[in-house]
Design a protein around this ligand. Sequence first.
Ligand SMILES: Cc1cc2nc3c(=O)[nH]c(=O)nc-3n(C[C@H](O)[C@H](O)[C@H](O)COP(=O)(O)OP(=O)(O)OC[C@H]3O[C@@H](n4cnc5c(N)ncnc54)[C@H](O)[C@@H]3O)c2cc1C
Length: 495
Amino acid sequence: MISRNGNTRKQRRERVQADVVVVGAGIVGSAIARRLSRYRVRTVLLEKHSDVCMGTSKSNNAHIVCGADCPPGKIETEIVVRSNSSYDRVTEELQVPYKRIGTAYVAIKDGEVRKLEAMQEAAAKNGVAGTRILGRDEILEIEPRLTGETRAALWVPHDGILAPYELGVALCENAAKNGVEIRTGCEVKGIDVENGAVGRVICNGTTVQTRVVINAAGLFADEISAMVGWDDFQLYPRRGEFYILDRKCRFLVNHIIYPLPGPITRGATICPTIDDNVLIGPTAVDVEDKRNTGTTREGLREVITGVQRYFPEIRPSMGVTQYAGLRPAGADDFIVAAHPEVRGFINAAGIRSTGISACLGVAERVEALLSEQMELRAKPDYNPFRERARRFGSCSPEEQDSLISRNVRYGRVVCRCETVTEQEILEAIYRVPRACDLDAVKRRTRAGMGRCQGGFCTTRVMSILSRELGLPMEMITKKGPGSEILKRPTKGASR
Ligand SMILES: Cc1cc2nc3c(=O)[nH]c(=O)nc-3n(C[C@H](O)[C@H](O)[C@H](O)COP(=O)(O)OP(=O)(O)OC[C@H]3O[C@@H](n4cnc5c(N)ncnc54)[C@H](O)[C@@H]3O)c2cc1C
């Protein structure tokens, strides 16, 4: 039987042998795992949640930035700028939709107009060419819904959008195809150091013997690092809140629109999403609880008032959902380095505001560090390609007919808002890493992401999960153990 987190019950008690353990299947750990899957190295990716990409990597702006406004002289900036061109190739290999729609930093006050030139110079110093200052008419021509107070904008053509969790899942699927073992529901509790080198990684119920540990635990990377005595940095959460607007609002905006960046963050943005919703936010508020990803009334109000200065038509009622993400603040720069004393420990930590844009570059840097610790021999049969699961709703009527005639499950629509069929849910459940709860299915298929936010499809998806996983309905969860949806059968109701 398959348990809720996709592992067999027996595996949970196993002792596992690895060459490399990657801790954390966020976007960074997933990119590292895929990068290493090209070598003859036994790589095990450990994730404490029930699915991959459940941390900060699922709750962000989803921009692949080219580094125009990154802080000068930082490792972060170097990695973001250098890895930007890789996104075209990798998203093509993995069939992840990605569009370079460009960013406009919009000035609405005279004083701000003067800052645009300085921003352009800073971008050039970072190595970002091709930016342009647009006059009022030019920017209003491409963004006609912007406020009439618009004066000018800095145009950065290279920035793009994608769905980070789709990239994360795709990286993991491809890594798994190439031999990486992905263990969800596996929380690292300790790392043994023996004779100056990492040895055993202790998880809940599993022990992994390994030569190398790569720490990609996001907001918790300081805690993992402290397990081997590298404790000179602490991470704390900086919360950012967002609204997703209805697809009907897509006409509002064509590009990524930012105000001029403030001293702490880039400020609240408005942009289309890759799935044709509109995203507005985030805020930036330092908080204490690393696990609290709830939204707040004040935060959401701030998002609305912030973007209304640029797009006065925006109203809270346009929102279909809200969410919050936690940036790992506290480190002054990315920490991508090997432990100076403990052999076999590599940090990919402090990956704060640009991890989606930097993950491919971080993975390359980790690969270089690893090559100093072990021989990396290429696998002759490494396959960089991954086929995307069919999206029935995006097919032409002819393609839909043909799909249904070959497989009747394409004819059963489970989510009406997003036109997601039973066959797509099954694909999500059976591809590795497997979707074993509602949110995992939602992120892979969009079932439940539409206007009704799962009002129609939740019970239907639960029934399919229950049937396919061989679990009673009461054990089907929203996002892993502790988030069960049904408590018990209703009195007198038959199953
Ligand atoms: C509001 C906001 C907006 C952002 N916008 C952008 C943007 O537009 N573009 C961009 O490039 N970046 C953006 N970012 C930053 C980006 O989201 C992060 O840099 C990136 O997601 C970090 O990825 P990660 O893999 O390091 O961390 P995570 O995604 O948090 O992954 C770490 C993983 O480690 C796991 N883990 C932790 N502890 C353990 C343990 N003990 N055992 C096993 N597993 C463990 C966690 O469960 C998690 O899955 C934004 C962030 C926020 C919050």
